[in-house]
Design a protein around this ligand. Sequence first.
Ligand code: ACM
Ligand code: ZN
Length: 539
Amino acid sequence: MSLSPNVDAVAAGEFSETGVVPLPSSVYWRCTLGLKAELSAISSQTKLLFVPGVKGASEAAADLAEKLARDGGPKLTPAEAPEGKTHADIDEILFVSAEGLKKEGYRLHAAAGVTMEAGDPAGHFYAVQTLLQLLNPTGEKGALKPLRAGLHITDEPRFAWRGMMLDCCRHFFTVDEVKEVIDMMASLKLNVFHWHLTEDQAWRIEIKKYPELTEKGAWREGVGFGLPTTSTTHYRASDGQYGGFYTQDDVRDVIAYAAARHITVVPEIEMPGHATAALTVYPKLGCTGGPYEMMQKGGVFKEVYCAGNDETIAFLKDVLDEVSELFPSQFIHVGGDECPKDRWTSCSKCQGRIKAEGLKDEHELQSWVMRTMEKHLSAKGKRLLGWDEILEGGLPPGATVMSWRGMKGGIAAADSGHDVVMSPTTHCYFDYYQSEDKDREPKAIGGFLPLEKVYELDPVTTAIAENKRHHVLGAQANLWTEYIPNAGQMQYMIAPRIAALAEVVWTPQEKRDWPDFRMRLAAQLKRFEARGFNYRKPE
Ligand code: ACM
Ligand code: ZN
């Protein structure tokens, strides 16, 4: 790459060499006479400055200092900029506020120094993530390189919801392992961590009012899913139990860690299906009264919460009360997927509820449960989010839909004025195989979702009426962990597909380009390596 001075170069192709992922919404180079062609390398002489009072600026400067030191660069100490300073001079990096940028947006100007402009703390944070990738594309220690003068980036996300779900029930992941995922998400400008916390196979979140949920419900006989005990570190040979859970302090710790990285943690408490762990602990909450057994295998099970039992409804509300208190997230995910109606059909309480509430059938009973929870949550200022099955039997008024069985549910929900997150199995299910040569891959649940297919997703389809497309909040990847008993395998399923997803949800659709992404991905793969994040090498 060589640019003559005083030449404007719109540099889509040339920018490929930088390895920045996701691709910013607007990039150009303008070299003007009188400027050095390149900045000198960031050195111990570089001043790291922030304008006092600019929200998020000092934190961003501190984050940059920490990461530069981590990468073997000079140890810089952030300092307040002198009054009136708006642009970085030579050998300076300056964080300032800016008008006219969208939420989470930023501008990065590399002239004599580097000026980082943003209108909010997330914008400053994302400016740092981009600068780090520019200064050290491979992420390796000691690999910092000079920044070319004349680079101007104006950047903002395409979507407000840039998510990743991790199922910590089928298999357990420690707080530190969860934080590693959060770190990777943040470096790629993802901002929603959807934490799947209750299931047939385990209940993972401490609920003070019902301590047995985790005392008993977080443990099961063996690793389950036919996997050997050696595949995980969470199996206790002493009593043959597998499991683990998050105390409320752990949860607060994860939320704070994520918040510092501009990631919202959205909890999922499954109902009325996928409830066997809770029913095993409290059999009276089911239609038959049990006994129930912790599930050891995957699938969709008939044992679900009894929707006719007032005690069950009170239990669910109690759990949501504690969860709403713990999580600052506006959205609370209540599952709603895969709830067989077999038990409800032959349960006198459920049939009684259908009659008393004037419901047509069991599908409307499911909808009644969702409506009841939606009312409960919205009275607390929270919003209910559920998988697309919550459309069946009627969508509660304020509900947001996560569309997983393709985009259909999302299209229908958006068309009827509901917010939507797209997460179709076809493009977003990271538990699917990454290659058709399955014998050479770790055992997975099935399917085939190569990197390129993830990249192909456009969350906004023309099938949605034009004036309803703003209801698509964004998209997310889901990692269900039936066959994923340890963090190394979990990371392997996430990376590098998470990089493709990041570009889907961040970069303007018209700027996205698969060959260009593949070029920039080469640096991203090195960054996975440098961060110790396991990944699959693409062909
Ligand atoms: C799902 O994959 N059952 C939402
Ligand atoms: Zn029942």
